[in-house]
Write a protein that binds this ligand. Structure first.
Ligand code: NAD
Ligand code: IPM
Ligand code: MN
Length: 359
């Protein structure tokens, strides 16, 4: 049966990295006879420029109909000055996540042994690193209401957001985290700020409650400030980490650097039935866009996650991950992961090397 993939390149380096991931997908599609059909759509600034909105109805309906979505990145200085915040490129991405109820965001931080030198930490601290950050993606302070900027009686303006989670939102992400831990080393660290914020007092309570259904999983709790410190002090103490939307955003960027570069971190954003959107954790990197030097591996690895989680094509996913490892063995490096003695390659050369390794 044919499977329909919606490809949303987005802005900045998005189109450059997605082009390479699509080459890789087309290669496994033929090699493993997957029956994938790929179709393109517009999101973010690219959609705003054509349709005046970062998430056109046409994109949303294609996304609903697709079996899985591959997204590059959105945003950039061109659209930062837009007065109506609803029209910002990032709103397109947030609209896809909430509209499709993609509440479970998996961000695996794995250090390829070939990249030990590219990590910002000492090799002995990071070698063998394999952690999974489970980030809640459709709630918390990102979506809480009320929100806005208001004028106070004294004429001063005040910005405000609301950090809110209800029990069912916490319970469903807790289940994703415990289920993930069951498939790994059965250690789950829940990250909160329960010493200050009531919303995370409730978060902790629900984690403990759901944990009773998973007696084999060792559950611990950590405040987010300590978690940030522990991630750069001794990251291998973690197996699975689960946290809310904003803490997860921040901690996953920090974890990315342990793997050598933010250009190495893929992600899956899943709904309750494992339908998903797949995207690198990084952004549109305006500082290097258009230069052909961005690292496409996070996007290529996101395509592998898509095959694994939404399409159940495990052999094809394994093959992509093995091909990435092979090009790293060959010493090929984009600038962000380059170290002395390695061969510096472009986005396109990296993508084509992965394709060659698959053949
Ligand atoms: P960023 O992740 O785009 O870039 C941060 C730094 O990492 C930059 O120096 C960039 O060059 C580098 N980098 C990122 N991806 C890379 C890659 N694949 N290869 C090599 N280097 C890479 O974050 P930012 O600069 O804070 O944000 C830029 C824009 O992207 C903003 O508009 C932001 O809102 C948006 N953004 C989008 C997403 C997304 O679409 N999922 C994620 C984060 C940021
Ligand atoms: C990410 C990004 C997004 C987020 C932005 C672009 C809305 O930083 O996917 O990590 O904050 O979730
Ligand atoms: Mn982010």
């Amino acid at each position: 049966m044919s499977k329909n993939i919606l490809v949303l390149p987005g802005d900045g380096i998005g189109p450059e990295i997605v082009t390479e991931a699509v080459k890789v997908l087309n290669t496994v599609n033929e090699k493993f006879n997957l029956g994938l059909t790929l179709e393109n759509g517009l999101v973010g600034g690219a959609a705003y420029d054509v349709h005046g909105t970062p998430l056109p109805e046409e994109t949303m309906s294609k996304a609903r109909a697709a079996d899985a979505i591959l997204l590059g990145a959105v945003g950039g200085p061109k659209w930062d000055a837009l007065e109506d915040r609803e029209l910002r490129p990032e709103k397109g991405l947030l609209g896809l996540r909430s509209g499709l109820e993609l509440f479970g965001n998996l961000r695996p931080a794995i250090l390829y042994p070939q990249l030990a030198d590219a990590s910002s930490l000492k090799p002995e601290v990071v070698s063998g690193l394999d952690i999974l950050i489970v980030r809640e993606l459709t709630g918390g302070i990102y979506f809480g209401k009320p929100r806005g900027i208001r004028v106070l009686e004294n004429g001063e303006r005040e910005g405000y957001n609301t950090y809110v989670y209800n029990e069912s939102e916490i319970r469903r992400i807790a289940r994703v985290a415990f289920e993930s831990a069951m498939k790994r080393n059965k250690k789950l660290c829940s990250v909160d700020k329960a010493n200050v914020l009531e919303v995370t007092v409730l978060w902790r309570e629900i984690l403990i409650e759901v944990g009773k259904e998973y007696p084999e999983v060792e559950l611990s709790h950590m405040y987010v400030d300590n978690a940030a410190m522990q991630l750069v002090r001794a990251p291998k103490q973690f197996d699975v980490m689960v946290t809310g939307n904003m803490f997860g955003d921040i901690l996953s960027d920090a974890a990315a650097m342990l793997t050598g570069s933010i250009g190495m971190l893929p992600s899956a954003s899943l709904d309750k039935d494992n339908k998903g959107m797949y995207e690198p954790c990084h952004g549109s990197a305006p500082d290097i866009a258009g230069q052909g030097i961005a690292n496409p591996l996070a996007t290529i690895l996101s395509a592998a996650m898509m095959l694994r989680y939404s399409l159940n094509e495990v052999a094809a996913a394994d093959a992509i991950e093995a091909a990435v490892s092979k090009v790293l063995d060959q010493g090929l490096r984009t600038g962000d992961i380059w170290s002395a003695g390695m061969e510096k390659v472009s986005t396109e050369q990296m993508g084509e090397a992965v394709v060659a390794a698959l053949l």
